[in-house]
Design a binder for this molecule. Structure first.
Ligand SMILES: Nc1ncnc2c1ncn2[C@@H]1O[C@H](COP(=O)(O)OS(=O)(=O)O)[C@@H](OP(=O)(O)O)[C@H]1O
Ligand SMILES: [Mg+2]
Length: 382
């Protein structure tokens, strides 16, 4: 099991807290999908943010600070309090305060501490603001994407909660909560809403893992693990049916599946189509929101992931850290398009990235993929 090693305590806490906030997210997503409007706010860059983004960030900060000590915890995370502090955001802020307190009240079921009294608004704002570290080459930094794939989240589709721990510039542990990624991989092939409609007709069955999963790994263990999400009144009992996961053994491009971003603003679909053609991939791309794509590679449900953002866009560490260590420990490889490892030591951004990010189930496919990127690059219109 994963219970040994320098980061055993951190991993245990990280897995528990991700389980807990996934339940929060599912409640909010159910509400969003059935509500008509008014629950999604736009940030200054026009990207969407919901009460779940802030609530997850505040909850994770409170738990990590309580367990490891406020002054020992540095967190690099996606959200700030700007939109939440506007004069017309009172209802939004009240909803966040409620959501965080509801979630923390459940903490003992996850083996986590709970506050003696509900947190006050200022404490919750402080917790969100307290995640403003910018990482760097030395020391320990937690990296959190409270909701990765916010578009998928608001559309009732795939999203992930991603928590990683970086020490001295290296990602040492990664946890991905994928509440809408059940055991059956076929379900990734069509919008999650369809599955949701079907599964609402019956109670989730833990043996078929219909409720989604948590995936995690510790650097150097050579292992990656998956647990089913708990639901209803269940208590998180370690090891919670954990099972080891591994990347796919497929090396023939004709049999390989590649996955990529849904939104064409986030990746260049015509470039990836050219690369796919050049390396002999035959299957249709699997377009999935969020870091669930890394989870798909680690679980062996897909063999290749590519992301080529438009030039000028800088990738953030919270969109990749957890996924990278999980894929690597599950037996896969993640590099930039020049075959170099991603550098998590340079702050909030993945500086020095050569064109884009690729992940493969192994070195044979990676070599072919990088060759195909070189062959396709000049004809792409980036
Ligand atoms: N222009 C642009 N180019 C590239 N990447 C961008 C861009 N804008 C945003 N982002 C970041 O991409 C994150 C979502 O990536 P995905 O691969 O999951 O995309 S998609 O949702 O499937 O379309 C997304 O994460 P979330 O904000 O957590 O959803 C962003 O951090
Ligand atoms: Mg993200």
């Amino acid at each position: 099991m994963e219970g040994e090693g320098k980061y055993a305590r951190e991993l245990d806490v990280a897995v528990r807290v991700v389980h807990m906030v996934c339940a929060l997210c599912q409640r909010v997503q159910d509400g969003l999908v059935s509500a008509s409007s008014g629950q999604v706010t736009s940030k200054d860059d026009d990207s969407p943010v919901t009460i779940a983004d802030w609530s997850v960030q505040a909850t994770v900060r409170w738990i990590l600070s309580d367990i490891f000590g406020d002054h020992n915890v540095s967190i690099v995370a996606e959200e700030d309090v700007q939109a939440l502090s506007k004069p017309d955001s009172t209802d939004l802020l009240a909803a966040v305060v409620n959501t965080v307190n509801e979630c923390l009240a459940e903490a003992p079921r996850y083996g986590l501490p709970t506050p003696d009294t509900p947190l006050e608004t200022f404490q919750i704002l402080e917790a969100i603001e307290g995640c403003n570290s910018s990482g760097g080459p030395t020391g320990r930094h937690w990296v959190l994407d409270p909701i990765d794939g916010t578009l998928g989240f608001v559309r009732g589709d795939q999203y992930a909660v991603a928590l990683a721990l970086i020490e001295d510039g290296k990602v040492m542990i990664g946890v991905l909560g994928c509440p809408n990624y059940p055991m059956k991989k076929e379900l990734l092939n069509y919008p999650y809403r369809c599955h949701l409609a079907l599964s609402k007709l019956s109670q989730p069955d833990p043996d078929t893992w219909e409720t989604g999963c948590i995936i995690y790994a510790m650097r150097g263990s050579g292992k990656a693990w998956m647990q089913p999400l708990i639901y209803g009144d269940m208590k998180l009992e370690w090891p919670n049916s954990a099972r080891e996961i591994h990347v796919s053994g497929i090396v023939d491009p004709a049999l390989a599946t590649f996955c990529e971003s849904v939104e064409r603003t986030n990746t260049n679909h015509s470039l990836t189509a050219g690369v796919a053609h050049s390396m002999g991939l035959r299957k249709q791309p699997l377009r999935v929101y969020s870091m669930v794509k890394y989870a798909a590679i680690a679980r062996g449900d897909a063999e290749i992931f590519m992301k080529f953002a438009r030039s000028g866009y800088k990738e953030k560490i919270w969109d990749h850290a957890a996924g990278v260590v999980i894929v690597e420990e599950a037996g896969g490889v993640v590099t930039d398009a020049g075959g170099r490892s991603l550098d998590f030591s340079r702050g909030v951004y993945l500086e020095g990235l050569d064109r884009g990010i690729v992940a493969c189930s192994g070195p044979i496919l990676l070599e072919k993929l990088i060759g195909a990127v070189y062959a396709s690059w000049d004809s792409s219109n980036l």
